[in-house]
Design a protein around this ligand. Sequence first.
Ligand code: KIV
Ligand code: NA
Length: 268
Amino acid sequence: ARRNTVRDIARLKGQRPIVSLTAYTAPMANWLDDHVDFLLVGDSLDMVLYGFESTTGMTLDIMIEHTKAVMRGAKQAMVVIDLPFGTYEESPEVAFHNAARAIKETGCTAVKLEGGVEMADTIRYLTERKVAVLAHIGLKPQAVNVMGGYVAQGRTEDSWAPILEDARAIQEAGAFAVVIEGVTEPLAQKITEELDIPTIGIGAGKYCDGQILVTEDMLGMFPGNPKFVKRYAEMGKMIDQAVGQYAEEVKSRDFPGTEHTYAMKEKK
Ligand code: KIV
Ligand code: NA
């Protein structure tokens, strides 16, 4: 099958909800590939894979290696690389330099960056220079230190205006779609109705044009349970059970059995 493009994603708005998940490795990308329209190599891997407390420490080099792995694992899904904190905020030129490097070295289709009005010039600079951009507004996890935590946005009506301005600005600047994170359902609905480009929600209610979750969150493989995560499996518990049984069988010598053991060859 050919890989989805930004046009395939855009066309889904108003047709059916867009399905997306994060992926960081080739095998996971391969498992998800049949089910998703696009995969995001999210900088959430800083927390989920590398055990840090926020996403602010991630480097472009590490993002690129994981994106190469995801590209090898997924054949059908469009793949988007998250630009990590510090690689795009300084200037449109710096953003282009890093985005172009990410696209060239990985072969993925698009970059994602966090920000609205303040990033509009950068998004325009990138899209005019052939870089497809997925925007990310509402709760911006890379801003955790200035926010002082992960705080849901748009919970009072007088807080809507700047987020609506962000949505308009990133569309006007040329983003092909936008992730809306951690905002109330009516605000996400209003943005979805106003914009021509697809909105991809995470913790943004059911009216977005699509949904994304961190795969390890929805599989129950990552501790903590934010309100917006539905756990579709308890893989952490499955791992605990399986590894506990392995440890017991090693100690009791029930593992390995004869079926896991090489026999001597018969002498001719
Ligand atoms: O880093 C990430 O995984 C993300 C999504 C959850 C949108 O930015
Ligand atoms: Na991210």
